[in-house]
Design a binder for this molecule. Structure first.
Ligand code: HEC
Ligand code: HEC
Length: 98
């Protein structure tokens, strides 16, 4: 170990070339992970029922059928989050009232 490595001139941290490279690398990994995040959750079916329900833009429209006692309940331990289309892609053509 050379004296300069422990010397007073090394106490403060100044970003050097290697730090910049490291930060760029971290940023690249984060961007890659974000961009490649494909949605694997089942999309909302593209049928008339779902297009009409989506057009109502209320969670109640969905939960009429997908609550625990509906005709097609969400799985047990399904998220209580209300924004269905954050995970289940919205039907392509929502018809009816906006
Ligand atoms: C009138 C009843 C009804 C309403 C209202 C309804 N659904 Fe459905 N949903 C069903 C039925 C029945 C199925 C299963 C069979 C099918 O694919 O149509 C289903 C299936 C689904 C699936 C699973 C698809 C798959 O591939 O298994 C998702 C996701 C879904 N609905 C989301 C929604 C969302 C979001 C809303 C509100 C915008 C909604 N549903 C409103 C009856 C309904
Ligand atoms: C945070 C993400 C997320 C949100 C928000 C969300 N879900 Fe789901 N949902 C999932 C996952 C994950 C599954 C498991 C099956 C899958 O891969 O689709 C699922 C499954 C379902 C299923 C059963 C699909 C089947 O297998 O037939 C229905 C129905 C459903 N969700 C309806 C809804 C409704 C209605 C809403 C809005 C009130 C909603 N979900 C909001 C993530 C979500």
């Amino acid at each position: 170990m050379s004296a300069s490595e422990n010397g007073p001139e090394n106490r403060g941290w100044k970003p050097g070339k290697r730090d910049a490279f490291f930060l760029a690398f971290v940023a690249a990994v984060v961007i890659f992970l974000t961009m490649s995040g494909e949605r694997t959750t089942k999309p909302t079916p593209n049928d008339a029922t779902h297009q009409q329900a989506a057009a109502l833009k209320t969670i109640a429209a969905c939960m009429a059928c997908h609550s625990a006692d509906g005709i097609h309940p969400q799985p047990k331990r399904h998220t209580k989050t209300q924004q269905c289309f954050q995970c289940h892609i919205e039907p392509e053509m929502s018809v009816g009232a906006k």
